[in-house]
Design a protein around this ligand. Sequence first.
Ligand code: C2E
Ligand code: MG
Ligand code: MG
Length: 591
Amino acid sequence: LRVPIYRKDGTIAFIMITGIDVQGTKSIWQPRNLPENFSTLLVNDEFYFIFVSPLSRGRMADWYEKPIPKSTLDQLDLTWFRQPGTKLFDLRDRNTVHRLVMAEHHPDWGITSVTTSPYATLYYALYERLRYFLLGIMLFYGFALVLYLLINRQEKAKARELLWNASHDTLTHLPNRFFLRKKTQQWHAQHRRYAALFLDLDTFKGVNDNYGHPFGDKLLVVIAQRLQHLIDPHEYVIRQGGDEFIVLTTRPEAQIGAYAREIRAALAEPVTLENIVLHPSASIGIAHYPDDADHIDVLLSKADLALYEAKQRKSGFFMYSDMLEERAKLRYTLEVHLRKADRKKEFTVLLQPQLKVQTLDIVGVEALMRWESPVLGAVDPKAFIPVAEETALIREIGMLIMEKACMTTMDVWKRTGRRFRLSVNCSAEELLYDDYVGHLLKVLEKTGFPGTMLTIEVTESVFIRRVEKAKKVLNTLRQHGIGVSLDDFGTGYSSLSMLSGLPLTELKIDQSFMVDIHKDEQHLAIARSIISLGQMFELEVVAEGAQEEHLVFLKQFGCTVLQGFAYGRPMDGQALCDYIVSRSGAQTVSR
Ligand code: C2E
Ligand code: MG
Ligand code: MG
């Protein structure tokens, strides 16, 4: 170590020198603890090396005895030295070893300490220190990543499931309405023309009512499977809801009718569920894109209209035409006016005579409802009664008509001195719901009309809907001495076996068979067998729509009662009094 001693004027008076055996085994200067490739230097402000480590013994004289050569100094950035504070910088030597240099000037001692360390060593040291930490972090993140992937996979599966559930029907696994709406754009882009078949099971409500909803569900699953089996891969079958299905097909228009028939035939195959054999049948409404509509919702509503028509006509399937829309509008108008009608005033009843075939004496009257709307005028019962049934308004109107019919009939009895039966029509919508018998008995009590002189006319639709309930209600009627007539017989689906279990007192041959029995052999045969059926079950048989030329047949076959315009039109109380008087010559008792 050299320490210059200065005079007052700044010149050096002498230099104190001392030596340290830096290489001695006991020396604290031994850089034993320095990591590999580290070097440390101490340089004084006069540019003498004071300490260099590592340094071999042989080279010590070169380093320590002379100041740093001027040439070297010129290359160095002298701001390293003599500047207070710590400086850090990079150094790349000839071997391109990349080092970090730290220089620190100690002004009190006039010394700069310089430490150089290769980055590689630093990094390694850093790594040594951090490796467990890094390993920990990596493990943590690895674990988190695996967890994330697992959850993500589960979430995706869940999302897929949710989407599937939202776009499919859980019962039949068919695509649903949501799916249809989602796919339509794609479908429209792919196909210039296609047909929508709107399909509805006939009498499915009856299956639910008779065997319960779980049973109905099983039938729906079978139907769905059949449909799926039937369609081509590029066609769609969708469960619209309830017992309604939609098939979208691009088959040529000319083949759609045959396709509808094919579908109906496949669905009509008997189904055996829980040992019960069912004969499903379906009605189909068809609409074409883009001829009938260019929006899926409109298209489906038109197919639905065609379906309604197919059901009404019992034609199996029906193609949409603009006429249907006109009809639907009319139906809507009817509903609106029906709802706001002043019922007591607008609804009246006419009575049509029923005569004994053998003597042509009056034995009864059928009450027929009439509606005179202040806006629409007289509306045909065949037009408004189905609407009143669908809206359940028939229940209220039906009882009103019952009351009016009872009162008018009793009035005619009183005025003519003749007693005859009264028949009143009753829809399935009235008979099967509400407490029909209770309401009826109240009317009888109120009017004083004897139940034994009353017949209720029902149609086969009553039994198709809920046979057990219908039987129960009809039996109760019979217990009160009220007659039960099966109206429009022969037009529905009644089986003989069903007929035998019903508490009937009368069969009415539908007028569609009567019209031409004198010309049509087949209709004559039908009328004849209905009459013999009635005789077999000891029932009254009424020939509806009877004409004068039928009388011979009716007498010959043993039909008991006739009813027809030719023998008496539906008429009001006064006209009926006149009618009876004119036929019997009896005196009318005036009011
Ligand atoms: P329905 O019970 O079969 O009634 C007989 C229908 O045949 C009546 O038609 C009657 O006017 C008509 N008719 C009778 N004889 C002849 C004939 O010789 N020739 C022709 N062309 N027709 C004849 P209406 O009054 O138009 O009633 C139609 C249907 O409306 C009835 O058929 C019945 O199902 C229903 N209906 C009528 N009144 C009521 C009612 O008060 N309640 C319920 N629920 N339905 C009713
Ligand atoms: Mg009738
Ligand atoms: Mg009838």
